[in-house]
Design a protein around this ligand. Structure first.
Ligand SMILES: [Zn+2]
Ligand SMILES: [Zn+2]
Ligand SMILES: [Zn+2]
Length: 203
């Protein structure tokens, strides 16, 4: 007599993998992408999701003594060196597939360095030294004794966001101040700001 077993209907399909930390369940190949790769395991994945795995690693790392941390960092550096091409390709691919994230990241890091440098030269919140404008988007770093584009190019001073990074790297050299674009342009074009005339006639 032939006996066949079939699972009770109510149980449904059993998951391919279950995260033993957060109990996340993978039912499809796509779901498996969220699990840690491991060749010899069922379906090539551990019973641990990438999220929990990363959390554990971060925690472990934070608790290491400083010299162990340095060892770990060195290990990563060596790996990166040995896998340069792979890394470059992976990075480029990631950037291509995550354009929105890249944009956001750049936007945030630009704002961060700008705010940091402006605050250093002006205080928090940074304000225009001439008119008191305090909307960050209107503020810029002014080279007090001018210098001009040519002079800056000769000294290798970059422009744009790189200029802010450069100032920080140079340990915030003196001779710079925070002005708004209006006051900055006036200084550049006229050598003074009309606000100054306004103020002196008020007296
Ligand atoms: Zn998990
Ligand atoms: Zn101003
Ligand atoms: Zn002004």
């Amino acid at each position: 007599m032939l006996v066949t077993f079939s699972p009770p209907m109510s149980l449904g399909p059993s998951p391919l993998r279950i995260c033993r930390v957060c109990e996340l369940e993978a039912y499809t190949l796509e779901d498996l992408e969220y699990f840690v790769k491991a060749k010899r395991f069922t379906h090539g994945r551990q019973n641990k999701c990438k999220n929990c795995h990363n959390k554990e690693k971060t925690k472990k790392y934070a608790n290491l003594p400083e010299e162990e941390k340095e060892k770990a960092r060195q290990h990563v550096r060596n790996w990166n060196l040995a896998n340069k091409d792979h890394r470059a390709e992976y990075g480029l691919n990631w950037q291509r597939n995550n354009k929105e994230k890249v944009k956001q990241y750049n936007f945030r890091s630009r704002n961060k360095i700008r705010l940091e440098v402006l605050s250093h030269y002006s205080g928090t919140p940074p304000t225009c030294e001439c008119c008191g404008e305090n909307i960050i988007g209107f503020l810029t770093i002014d080279h007090i004794h001018g210098g001009g584009t040519k002079h800056r190019a000769q000294k290798g001073v970059p422009s744009g966001t790189e200029f802010y990074r450069w100032l920080k790297k140079q340990n915030y050299p003196q001779g710079y101040r925070v002005l708004c674009y209006n006051c900055n342009c006036a200084h550049g074009a006229l050598g003074f700001c009309p606000h100054e005339i306004e103020r002196s006639s008020d007296k």
